[in-house]
Ligand binder design. Sequence first.
Ligand code: DC
Length: 219
Amino acid sequence: MVITIDGPAGAGKSTIAKLLAKRLGFAFMDTGAMYRALTVKAMRCQVRLEDADALVSLAKNTHIDLLNEPGKPLKVLLDGEDVSEAIRSVDVTNNTFYIARTPGVRHVMVEWQQKMGLRQSMVGDGRDLGTVVFPKAEYKFFLDADFKVRCRRRIDEMRAKGQDVDEEALAKDLAERDHQDTSRKVGPLKQADDAIRVDSTNMSIDEAVDFMFLRIHQK
Ligand code: DC
């Protein structure tokens, strides 16, 4: 069984998908982590991020895997190396746009994700899972929240990790990412027609997970 959760940055997708997967005993597939991991490799190899052909050939020569171990955070493996921390840097976050906008790279990613979906039951989070990667997923959710609330959550998350936050710059970056995600020609962020919309603006994480869990058990 595949459950998809799509939505904009900062809506709480990863946290909620992770908890829902745990509750259902399913694997968790963080597709954003896969785009980020390829960005790490492109930066390390000094591939020109505007060079679509180079990015596609890099993708074809890369192995990215997501390791779900019971009771442990998801491990993101780039050619066997654990890059779970490296993929969260600000530089990687900002450069992932180049990777995500390249149609040939998305094609490779979608194939990897579909293969992972065949291996095991899973909850996946991303932008195009309900529309492109798993159009026949058993359950689809589109998770959204007010822009200001999404900013606030990101700020709190970063502060909790002891990072300095420039609130204005963060809001600008998030607005830019929304624009990039929705205006991309291939695999843009879009609610699938048959997805259930969940507005988490006034919901706690647990409330959102409960809501989805109940919907899955109701149908
Ligand atoms: O969910 P995230 O912030 O970790 O995603 C990182 C980037 O990857 C973000 O810029 C959008 C992109 N992405 C995508 O294009 N398609 C997906 N299925 C998942 C993420």
